[in-house]
Design a protein around this ligand. Structure first.
Ligand SMILES: [Zn+2]
Length: 192
């Protein structure tokens, strides 16, 4: 039976590189996969899975009204696996389509994303992935400032931590750091 996987991690925990690796491993065995990503993430261009180490490849962008289920259902040949990057930005409706792909088409779906935003609130897409996924796995990385595990994302604007504001603000002059709980509350940022 196919399953719905949710692999979450903070910024820089290697989610995109993991997707590219999984896709590569399937394709090496002549098993086609389908790659999707949220259309909201336009760090370089819409419709790419990009990793910080420079690897990137095209992916089908998911807009609010994208019929993910039909794309997978009508794809020839039938994919062995569906990979979805930036799941945190997806709507409940999109996540329910991923569920339907697993349950009705019997195709495994692996979704990747951030769990909590810089305010420490759940992203909408992640909330529904946590509820619906069969298997949930944490992708670990180290805090930017200390030795603890990073479980949160710190937003910094002009050298100062920010804890309020819009959840999604891509392309601003803000920077995000993977941090532990302690450094999130009290980040040891250099004094300007
Ligand atoms: Zn820390």
């Amino acid at each position: 039976m196919a399953q719905l996987f949710f692999k979450y991690g903070s910024m820089n925990s290697g989610k995109s590189i993991e997707i590219l690796k999984v896709a590569h491993n399937y394709e090496e065995q002549n098993k086609p996969v389908l790659l999707f990503t949220s259309a909201i993430d336009d760090r370089d261009a819409i419709g790419y899975v990009s990793s910080r180490i420079g690897l990137r490849r095209e992916a089908i962008p998911i807009f609010e009204d994208t019929d993910i289920y039909s794309i997978v259902k009508n794809h020839e040949p039938k994919p062995y696996c569906v990979l979805v990057d930036e799941c945190q930005f997806l709507s409940k409706g999109s996540i329910l389509q991923l569920v339907k792909i697993v349950d009705e088409l019997n195709v495994p779906v692996m979704g990747f994303g951030l769990k909590n935003d810089f305010r420490n609130e759940l992203f909408e897409g992640s909330r529904w992935m946590l509820i619906y996924a069969d298997k949930i796995e944490e992708m670990k990385t180290i805090c930017w400032f200390c030795e603890r595990k990073a479980t949160m994302n710190l937003r910094v604007i002009d050298g100062k931590p920010v804890y309020t504001g819009e959840q999604i603000l891509i392309g601003g002059n803000d920077t995000y750091f993977p941090v532990c709980r302690k450094c999130h509350a009290n980040p040891p940022l250099p004094q300007p």
